[in-house]
Design a protein around this ligand. Sequence first.
Ligand code: ATP
Ligand code: MG
Length: 192
Amino acid sequence: MTWVPEDRAPRHYRGPKTAVRKGLVVVYTGDGKGKTTAALGLTFRALGRGWRVAIVQFIKGRWKTGEAAMAKELAGRVDLFTMGDGFTWVTQSYAQDVASARRAWAKCEELLADERYQVVIFDELCYVLKYNFLSVEEVLEALKRKPAGTHVVLTGRDAPAELIEAADLVTEMREVKHPYQAGIKAQPGIDY
Ligand code: ATP
Ligand code: MG
C-alpha cells in the first residue's frame, strides 16, 4: 500500500468556550490497571503547579511502595498516609477493618477541610465502600462540604453508583491485557 497524503486531522476546535475553575470530584474505577497510577500522574502534574497534594491509602498496609518512598522525599509537597491494615485476607476481621476504615476516613475529612491542599486523593476508597467498611452517604456528605477549589480523587474497582452520580469526572479502566494472566507477578516501579 502506498501512503496517501490526505489530511485526517481535526481542524476545528469543538470544545467548550468558557473556562470555569472548579474543584472537581474525580473517580478512577474499573477492573483494568491504572487507577492508582492515574492518581499519581495527576499528583505529578499538580506538583508542577506548585500545589500541595495529600494522599490517603486505604487497604494497603505498611509494605513499601515506590510512591511512599517518593512522597517521603517530597514531604510537605506530597503528604502520603498509608492507613490500611493490609488485605482483607490478612486482617480476617470485619470489626478490625471497619475500625481502621473509620480511622482512615477521619484523616480524609481532616485533609479535605485543610485548604493548604489543592488536591486530595483517597486511594482505594471504593473497595472500602464495596466491602461496607464505610457508608457511601458519609462520603457523599463530606464531598458536599469540601472547599470549592479543592480537587478530590477517589480510586478503586466498583465505584458505587451514587459516587459516580456525584462525581464530575469518572474514568473506567478496562482490562485489555494484564501480565498477571501470563503468570507475571506485580513488579516494583510498575505495580508498587
Ligand atoms: P495501579 O496501582 O497499578 O494503578 P490499580 O490501582 O488500577 O493499579 P488496584 O485495584 O488498586 O489497581 O490493584 C492494585 C494491584 O493489582 C496492582 O499491583 C495492579 O497491577 C494489580 N492489578 C490491577 N488491575 C489488575 C488486573 N486487571 N489483573 C491483575 N492484576 C491487576
Ligand atoms: Mg489502586
